[in-house]
Write a protein that binds this ligand. Structure first.
Ligand SMILES: NC(=O)c1ccc[n+]([C@@H]2O[C@H](COP(=O)([O-])OP(=O)(O)OC[C@H]3O[C@@H](n4cnc5c(N)ncnc54)[C@H](OP(=O)(O)O)[C@@H]3O)[C@@H](O)[C@H]2O)c1
Length: 356
């Protein structure tokens, strides 16, 4: 029970790295001595120190002598390889920590059990799988990339009270309110990539940036099979790296990357594979209906975030309908209803915690 209390704190700390650590996982750690937390740390930024090291370094000078008598709680198996930083497992051995409690083992092939092996070989007691499901949900983007060799896929859309996605006529029409819109911008800072279909690019001229929140902009991806989109659209403003998926050419033009794909049944799978190769851990699909429906029809999605407004639209394009989905979380932003759905076949099931 106490293990869970401290592990919950690790998961809380880990979340502080959201949006800054990809393609690494979010990790938090605490050092506990006789029921008192004497150190806390988390992985703050990709390429920088890991949670365990930040945790040990946070211990006050007068408490340093207590470290060998501590239990370390950490939300992911300590690493065992020389990457951008030295192996954390070795540091724990050096510090002579007596017990390490771990939430998730690391699926990354260079770690995969070796971190734990180093600890046990050095007589450090290990306990694993504490709040395992919560840890997998928190790091679902990382686990999905490691285990399925594709990014974690989030579908997102807004619909009217009567299930309409957009009025006919391919014109921009704001369905959700300002609160929902701001949440969407926050989410954009948390994902590595964002994608829209051709008609949405034309109708909405979206920027797909995170202007209403502080953080990084995701890679933009637009489908433009026959290269018909005019270059005065925001998507071509070169402010953000942008992939233009087409069947005409492969060409890099500053930060506009034209990528040639065969537009057959496997196009979306091949695109996801290309994203995986580019170290992209997550992609949020922001419409339109055709593109979303294509992902749904293939079962190629992990979670869906849906806003439903309190206003009806008389006629228009029907909103996508999810199949094999479980409603996991629901709340209101003003009068907009927000619902989170999880794909029943996804290996990453909701385990609490949804920040809007
Ligand atoms: N309510 C919302 O949350 C929301 C969000 C975004 C957009 N919208 C609205 O939705 C409308 C546009 O939606 P839409 O369904 O017409 O179009 P869309 O999904 O944005 O674009 C569909 C087009 O993309 C191209 N495409 C190529 N490969 C595709 C693939 N594998 N899957 C899907 N599309 C592919 C096709 O064009 P070609 O046949 O020319 O190749 C297809 O007609 C607009 O009115 C926009 O304002 C609403």
């Amino acid at each position: 029970m106490m293990h869970e209390v401290y592990m919950r704190r690790c998961l809380e700390l880990a979340q502080k790295g959201k949006g800054n650590v990809s393609p690494n996982p979010m990790v938090g750690a605490v050092l506990v001595h006789n029921g008192h937390i004497i150190g806390e740390g988390w992985h703050r930024e990709y390429g920088q120190a890991h949670a365990e090291v930040n945790c040990i370094d946070s211990v006050a000078v007068e408490d340093k002598h207590l470290i060998p008598d501590c239990t370390m709680y950490v939300s992911l198996e300590p690493c065992a390889h020389h990457g951008k930083t030295p192996p954390c497992a070795n540091r724990l051995v050096q510090e002579k920590i007596k017990h390490v409690v771990i939430c998730n083992t690391d699926p990354y092939e260079k770690v995969g059990g070796r971190g734990i092996q180093i600890l046990t070989e050095n007589n450090i007691q290990t306990t694993v799988d504490v709040l395992e499901q919560q840890g997998r949900w928190l790091n679902r983007r990382f686990f999905c990339t490691q285990e399925n060799k594709r990014p974690y896929i989030i579908l997102k859309w807004a619909q009217s009270a009567n299930g309409i996605f957009a009025p006919y006529g391919n014109k921009r029409h704001q369905i959700s309110n300002a609160f929902s819109n701001q949440s969407v911008h926050k989410w954009r800072t948390e994902e590595d990539a964002i994608m829209v279909g051709t008609n949405t690019a034309l109708a909405d001229n979206p920027q797909l940036t995170a202007r209403l929140w502080q953080g990084k902009n995701p890679l933009r991806i637009v489908i433009d099979r026959s290269l018909i989109l005019p270059h005065n659209l925001h998507l071509f403003d070169r402010k953000v790296n942008t992939w233009i998926v087409n069947d005409k050419k492969d060409e890099m033009c500053n930060n506009l990357n034209y990528l040639h794909f065969d537009f057959d049944e496997s196009m979306l799978d091949n695109l996801m594979n290309k994203l995986y190769e580019a170290n992209i851990q997550s992609v949020i699909i922001e419409g339109g209906a055709k593109l979303l429906n294509n992902f749904i029809a293939k079962g190629l999605w992990d979670e869906a975030r849906v806003f439903t407004s309190d206003k009806a639209i008389a006629h228009g394009l029907a909103a996508p309908i999810l199949t094999e989905a479980t409603a996991a979380f629901e709340t209101y932003l003003g009068k907009d209803k927000f619902q989170l759905f999880v794909n029943n076949n996804s290996e990453y099931q909701y385990a609490g915690g949804m920040e809007l």
